[in-house]
Design a protein around this ligand. Structure first.
Ligand SMILES: *Cc1c(COP(=O)(O)O)cnc(C)c1O
Length: 389
């Protein structure tokens, strides 16, 4: 019997990081000391008080059963309280908050709730790859929105074809942005609301990095601007904020109707988040503000170390205001893949080639700040050695 992938799986593009991944595994197997600036996963541990909350909750039999699809009421209240304190936006914990098994889960499922075959979904390029694959899985057509340096990596709504705008059901946005580290202000979000109203598409703002910011900067939420709640939702994650990537907990908030539809999809696919993890999430949101601030300080120091170090070697890298990524132009004479391959082969350094995030990522590469100062210094030393060859 021959087993064939579905048409929707066949639509997925080739995985552009495959070659780098293969080479990396090969070098590690040879015993080389590979420094991985590629992964976007905090190296810092989950704070102990959150682990304690999990331990305690895990002992209780009432937490071992199926969870409520919509999340525990206490978790939804903790999310609403955190959101109001952080952004000054009031949310109805029952209708305007939906806990998720990580924000990727919600992002991956939202097109199933809103998009019909042939509908357009507006997707940033470069961008988090799930926006595109989720669109394909729902039968939609991704329309790429180039994020260009000359526009500070913001979406340029004037450049979108009128016909695409008219067919659009959904817009994905992500600020502070992965991979470009760009940030958006309230003016940009106000324009977004205006466009959404005019063309009738739903805005899904992926806000996974609002709590990782530097130099006193505090990123805005999409829901802070007038009318945002009428046109969209925002995705948040405890993953990056509290070093909880493996735990799988996040949430969506905003438009009640959109959340109801997403909830309908979810209730047919999952049965909620393990309640002990929900308890730990409540603890994180209600007493973790300081922890998030400490993390940002650590990333800020690493950012300065890496960017100042590269620039002292003549590279042209600007300092991000948020996220734990540095998005840098590839030096002349290389494609993104060629640079990544050379750094790996000749300096045992993994960086992420920008073209893996979409065609407009070509000419750039991404480095993560998720390793300690000593490793960053070692990475800089190796790049310096490359220069002197
Ligand atoms: C890490 C990341 C996510 C996913 O976070 P989870 O909550 O762990 O699923 C979503 N969007 C972007 C842009 C990310 O970088």
């Amino acid at each position: 019997m021959s087993i064939n992938p579905s048409e929707r799986l066949k639509k997925l593009p080739p995985y552009l990081f495959a070659e780098i991944d293969r080479l990396k595994r090969q070098l590690i197997a040879q015993g080389r000391d590979v420094i991985d600036l590629g992964v976007g996963d905090p190296d810092l541990p989950t704070p102990p008080f959150i682990i304690e909350a999990l331990n305690e909750a895990a002992q209780k039999p009432e937490n071992h059963r199926y969870a409520l699809d919509q999340g525990m009421p206490e978790l939804r209240c903790a999310i609403a309280a955190w959101y109001e304190e952080r952004f000054g936006v009031r949310l109805d914990p029952e209708r305007e908050v939906l806990p998720l098994i990580g924000s990727k889960e919600g992002i991956g499922h939202i097109p199933l709730a809103l998009v019909n075959p042939g509908d357009v979904v507006l997707v940033p390029d470069p961008g988090y790859p799930v926006y595109k694959s989720a669109t394909w899985f729902a039968g939609g057509e991704p329309y790429l929105l180039p994020l260009l340096e000359e526009n500070n990596f913001l979406v340029d709504f004037n450049s979108i074809d009128e016909s695409a705008l008219e067919r659009a059901k959904l817009l994905f946005l992500n600020y502070p942005n992965n991979p470009t580290a760009a940030t958006a202000g309230k003016d940009f979000f106000t324009t977004t609301v205006k466009m959404a109203r005019e063309y009738g598409f739903v805005v899904c703002h992926d806000a996974a990095y609002t709590e990782i910011a530097f130099d006193g900067f505090s990123p805005s939420s999409f829901l802070e601007v007038d009318g945002a709640k009428e046109v969209g939702i925002e995705f948040h994650s405890l993953s990056k904020t509290f070093n909880m990537t493996g735990w799988r907990i996040g949430f969506a908030c905003g438009n009640a109707k959109v959340l109801e539809l997403l909830g309908k999809i979810k209730s047919n696919l999952d049965s909620g988040i393990f309640q002990a993890i929900q308890r730990a999430g409540i603890k994180a949101l209600s007493s973790g503000r300081e922890e998030a601030g400490k993390n940002s300080k650590i990333y800020e120091g690493r950012r300065d170390l890496l960017v100042d170090g590269l620039n002292s070697l003549g590279w042209k890298v600007s300092k991000p205001k948020a996220t734990f990524y540095v998005w840098a132009p590839v030096p002349p004479g290389y494609t993104s893949q060629e640079l990544a391959t050379r750094l790996l082969k000749e300096a045992n350094l993994v960086v992420t080639p920008g073209n893996g995030f979409g065609p407009n990522g070509e000419g750039y590469f991404r480095m993560s700040l998720t390793l300690n100062d000593q490793r960053i210094e070692e990475a800089l030393k190796r790049i310096k050695q490359l220069h002197s060859r």
